[in-house]
Ligand binder design. Sequence first.
Ligand SMILES: C[S@@+](CC[C@H](N)C(=O)[O-])C[C@H]1O[C@@H](n2cnc3c(N)ncnc32)[C@H](O)[C@@H]1O
Length: 476
Amino acid sequence: MASFLSRLSLRASLSRCRVPYGGASRASSRIWFSSDVKESSDPETKDEESTLKIDRSGLSQLQDHAPKISGRESMSAMSKHLDAIIRFRGGPIPVAEYMEEVLTNPTAGFYMNRDVFGAGGDFVTSPDISQMFGELIGVWSTCLWHQMGRPKEVALVELGPGRGTLMADLIRGTSKFQDFTSAISIHLVECSPTLRKIQEATLECVSCDDCPEKKRSTLSGSLVSWYMDLLEVPRGVPTIIIAHEFFDALPVHQFQKTPRGWCEKLIDVGESPSEPFRYVLSPRPTPASKLYLGKRLQWASEEEKACLEHVEVCPESFRYAGSISRRVSEDGGAALIIDYGDDKIITDSLQAIRKHKFTSVLDDPGSADLSAHVDFGAIRHAATEAAADGVTVYGPITQSKFLGMLGINFRLEALLNNASEEQAEALQLGYWRLVGEGPAPWVEGEEDESTQTGMGTQYKALAIVNSSLGVPIGFQ
Ligand SMILES: C[S@@+](CC[C@H](N)C(=O)[O-])C[C@H]1O[C@@H](n2cnc3c(N)ncnc32)[C@H](O)[C@@H]1O
């Protein structure tokens, strides 16, 4: 590992992970490599999985269908759009529909038009906190590829790559293993055109003469392609799927137990311009209560169900887990999911973050990130249900344990050997943020505390692995 220290570069990073921190920029070290490539596999024929998705392409001109309602002129385009949807429907909409519009509406969705990451954005994630994060996921991927029998072609898929930092660190960190880097083709599932452009720049992509619809990353020579959904990624080759902080952005329904049964929390227009939106409860169970909550409760024990008053359910996470599981079972390979959440039913976790501070979910929609804790138990059940004989699910285990098993201590030590004082401080802080719990022990004062809180136990890792492969590294 020490030989990786060929070049150190400074990169500013703000500590955090979908929790609001108002900290100062930190310097961190990054190592730069290059390596060879191998062409990707042929595109597969269409997946059999069917999905219920709303075609929102016709809604891209938000203002066109927004009714003129007095007192609402000062609303943002997103607020007018949501207001119009609710009025057009003649009633409130599920929290999941609100969340999906707010995050991924093609015109004004939170992720769609700007870089929301880092000090100048709204939050910071682990890949930006430390290069060690992406590098160790590179170690995991390379070891898995060995377990897979070193296939000549492997699809490396990332769901929701953000700025592309994790993937860039992964391919730089693995560039010494040329058999691996020449086997991979990179497939990025990303809905935001703005983030796709940033990913292209981070991976230092150039045009590909013989495949105009793809790009080639000059970091590894690998072909890079973008998709809206995992279902579009070509099938038929062994696959390694990485999903870091992707599942927490998928829309959730919220339910509440009442004497009338499990009712659904919905979002309605507010009663005055100062309160454009408000929560209401459905008068009776909704179709989603029966379908999605019913499914989640089937997987829960009587003991777990007995004390529930509120439940959050993410049907899109069931769909993705099923889709990952079938792919891994049929094509070979594995998926690694890292996110914040728990191995049990989530009750009420939806949160909004704007400019590194918590805010109300209903306040100025589209200007703040929305995310919810990940229900790893549901992912495990959905994955197993989709391909019980073909996959084995490992974890969730804490991020701290996972990165520890992958050798983060050794990697830190190696990097520190060649680091300047400033880089060493950033590396140690990054290390704490990735594997520590609570405020860093050396922190004094409130502001520092919030910028240096460890994510080691709040974040968890789960692997969905083709059953023929055995236990993946990190989960032994
Ligand atoms: C919280 S960010 C995480 C980014 C990155 N993985 C990281 O850790 O820095 C969520 C990412 O998923 C993408 N995303 C969110 N919902 C999506 C969806 N339904 N389909 C495809 N991409 C989505 C966002 O645009 C963004 O790139």
